[in-house]
Design a protein around this ligand. Sequence first.
Ligand code: CO
Length: 133
Amino acid sequence: MLLTEIDHVAIAVHDLEAAIAYYRAAFGAEVHHREVVERDGVEEALLKVADSYIQLTTATREDSPIAKFLANKGEGLHHVGYRVENCAEALAAMIAAGARAIDEAPRPGSRGTTVAFIHPKGSFGTLIELVQE
Ligand code: CO
């Protein structure tokens, strides 16, 4: 088994502050980490749940993939991040099993992680992110 943990569940939102306030009011959740990832055009707020995170994500520019997702599908579940020991190994295994990779090689993610994305077409409709800490 290559997956060691659910790293995060990413939820696309229009208004990050409103979403953070909602999770605080509803669950008492506090922001554990916050980051703008320029190259992906996103701002993320991570709320810790045990060893996993809820990742509230919004767009920082109109041409980012999250902006397109929000325009096409609206707010909601965007992707699931699975934690792995070795991102390159897990990516190769997924490609060998017929997955469609978005990233052909692992690349830097937020929090200093190494990540690779797998296209939802070929993975039963779910955008998958492999996350190596
Ligand atoms: Co993610």
